[in-house]
Design a protein around this ligand. Sequence first.
Ligand SMILES: [Zn+2]
Length: 265
Amino acid sequence: MPELPEVETIRTQLSEHLPFKIKKVNYSPVVGSLFGEKSFDPEGMEISEIKRYGKVLNFILGDQHILSGLGMTGGWIISKESLDEKHKHVEFICDDIYLSYVDPRRFGFIHYMDESGKENFLTRLGPDPFSKDFNAEYIYSVLKKYPNRQLKPFLLDQKYFAGIGNYLASEICALAGVRPTRRAGKVTKKEAGKLKEATDAILNKSIKANGATFWGGYRDTSGEKGDGLNHLVVFFQRDCGMCGGVVKKIILGGRGTFYCPKCQK
Ligand SMILES: [Zn+2]
């Protein structure tokens, strides 16, 4: 599932091809389930910039925005010729390039919004981990506010931690030395600082590796898989990347969760 590093990789790679002058748009017959709005007509418009907020991409076309969430299996792919893909749902035909949204399971979304619609949408998300608002004090105050929530499932809540997903949350807890099952209220100020440092560390490493691919889900804009699995210390690992001990797997909030009993307290 694409999380912040995978979405950022897609954003960076797409941005190398800007601007996209959309001459024509083609849709799949089932595209409707992805759209938040009925009117989606960017034909003749130009995507001049692409931003990212948490896991959401924001394509900027003048005063309009296309907000794209990739769900479980979504991705944007660039090609020189029209892409021959069964699960291609939107195809932007641009000057000398095709930009396609491919999403086999269709849990993604596409919103076409004006400035205020976009603002409204994005204020529902917590601060992006790369923004200055996402700091140790912020993390500590949110955890104190909901003391009974378990740390790792809490980190997946986009209302507070935009961009964090399942593998990142396991890794953040591991690098910070805190068990995923710990109640939020029991995380100390010092540990909140470590959670912030751990978030920076895993995000930077994953972005450098062009994202992580699990079970063939995520691909970058050229259809390549990231190699982000190589630098993970607990997620889907048998041995802890920090101490070499045996990693434990548990299910927390319905999601596979990995931790090292020796390194995490
Ligand atoms: Zn360990």
